[in-house]
Structures are given as C-alpha cells and as structure tokens.
Design a protein around this ligand. Structure first.
Ligand SMILES: Nc1ncnc2c1ncn2[C@@H]1O[C@H](COP(=O)(O)OP(=O)(O)OP(=O)(O)O)[C@@H](O)[C@H]1O
Ligand SMILES: [Mg+2]
Length: 229
C-alpha cells in the first residue's frame, strides 16, 4: 500500500534565517498512530504546519494520499484534520456553532447527526449550547478535536494533545485516538514524553534540532532501550 503521507527532502528556514528543519524524509502508513517525539523547539509544529499547508516549505515536497500539498492543496487539505498546539477559536461562539462552522469551511454538506455523535463521543454534548469562553481548558481542547474531525478527515494531526489535560481525560483521549485508528483514520501526534509515545504509538519518530534522528517501530525501540513492552 502506498504511504498516506510522504515527506521528501523537506527543509525549512524561517525568514529570520533560522533553520527549523534540516532534510526530513518520512513515510506514514495508512491507519497507523505515529508519534513525533522531541523536546521544545525540535521542529515538530513546523513539520506539522508544513504538511497542513500553514507554513511553506523552503525545499522538498509532501504528498497526502498522493495529493501534493502545494499544487493540489485543496484536495490534500480536505483529507486532514488538525488539532493545533495553541488554543485558538472564537470564544464567543457556541460549541455547536464552531464545530458546524468548521465542517462548512471544507465545503461539506451539513450533517447534524454526525456532529451530534462527535460531540457525544467527546463528552461535549451537554455543553453544545455553551460559549467556548465558559468551558474549562480540557473541554476547550476537546472542542478543538471536534473541530478537527468535523469534516471527517482521514488523517488527524494532534499537536501536543494532552498539554493541560488531566489523567482521566488523557485516558479518554487515547481511547478516542485508538477508536479513530480502528475506523481507518491515520493519527500523527506530537509529544515531549517517551512514555506517552510508548503508550500510544505504533511507530515513533524522534526529532531533535530539526533532524529526524530515528524512526522505529515502537516495540523495537522499547526493546533497544532495554524495556519490555
Ligand atoms: N515563525 C517563526 N519564525 C522564526 N523561527 C521560528 C518560527 N516558528 C518557529 N520557529 C523556530 O523554529 C524552531 C522549531 O519550532 P517548532 O515550533 O517547530 O518546535 P516544536 O518542536 O513544535 O517545539 P514545542 O515542543 O515547544 O512545541 C524553534 O527554534 C522556533 O523558535
Ligand atoms: Mg510545537
């Protein structure tokens, strides 16, 4: 099966002259959970932002299910859901309104039954008429997940999904991610914590200083690190 995401010789130098990504090559398989593990400033958000079309690459290419992210932007973007690292949404909008609006942005027909299921799955149903500013931090994060899933993407990016999320909710979120994977969605998440990568991912990519220094099957990586898993 061809990879769902293919990154070739990708690099990024910001206008400031800072090189955030060196030469990245990576294939992501359909239906896997891939963890991008690395410290602050490693280049995780930069890489995700390029794949999602928010940041332009300096060189190299990326395809999503065969669609080039630049020459075939709309097709590529419509397959992707992104849960950004920073909480950014219209705080005066209601949960129902913002999630429905997100779906519309992708030109998808309204599907209230799908949105209802999504909000129920994310334990947000009883908050559907609440304004975002009245929600807790964890609830806002779940709203971002609902927005990202609103147009039924086949690839979901989660940029530090568990920052500011309590242990219980974290477990629920991981269950949601596994359910998504089981329904055929490919999931790429970033984390600072090896434990989180180990718990969640099928494969782990370690990124440091803009370089992907290791990409390994989770079990093999844990074996190499001398852990049993
Ligand atoms: N717009 C920008 N202009 C200049 N430099 C930038 C810009 N955005 C990011 N950088 C730099 O690129 C590097 C990588 O940043 P990035 O946000 O990709 O890291 P990250 O791995 O997501 O880190 P974190 O774990 O803290 O979220 C950092 O040194 C950052 O300062
Ligand atoms: Mg980041």
């Amino acid at each position: 099966m061809p990879p769902i995401i293919s990154v070739k010789d990708l690099s990024k130098t910001y206008k400031s002259g800072f090189q955030a990504l060196k030469v990245i090559n990576l294939d992501i398989d359909k239906g896997e959970i891939f963890a991008l593990l690395g410290p602050n400033g490693a280049g995780k958000t930069t890489m995700i932002s390029i794949i999602c079309g928010i940041v332009t690459p300096s060189s190299g290419s990326v395809t999503v299910d065969g669609h080039d992210i630049i020459t075939d932007y709309r097709a590529a973007r419509s397959m992707i859901g992104l849960v950004p690292q920073e909480l950014a949404a219209d705080m005066f909008e209601t949960v129902w309104g913002t999630v429905t609006f997100s779906r519309g942005l992708f030109g998808k027909w309204p599907n209230p039954a799908y949105i209802e299921k999504l909000l129920k799955d994310l334990a947000l149903w009883d908050k559907k008429d609440s304004k975002l500013m009245t929600l807790s931090g964890g609830m806002k994060r779940r709203v971002l997940i609902a927005k990202a899933l609103s147009h039924e993407p086949t690839v979901l990016f989660l940029d530090e999904p568990t920052a500011g999320v309590d242990v219980e909710l974290r477990k629920d979120m991981w269950q949601l991610v596994r359910d998504l994977r089981d329904s055929g969605v490919t999931v790429i998440l970033t984390t600072h914590y090896i434990q989180e990568a180990e718990d969640m991912a099928d494969r782990i990519g370690v990124i440091n200083d803009g370089e992907l220094i290791l990409v390994e099957d989770k079990n093999e990586l844990m074996h190499k690190l001398g852990k049993s898993s």
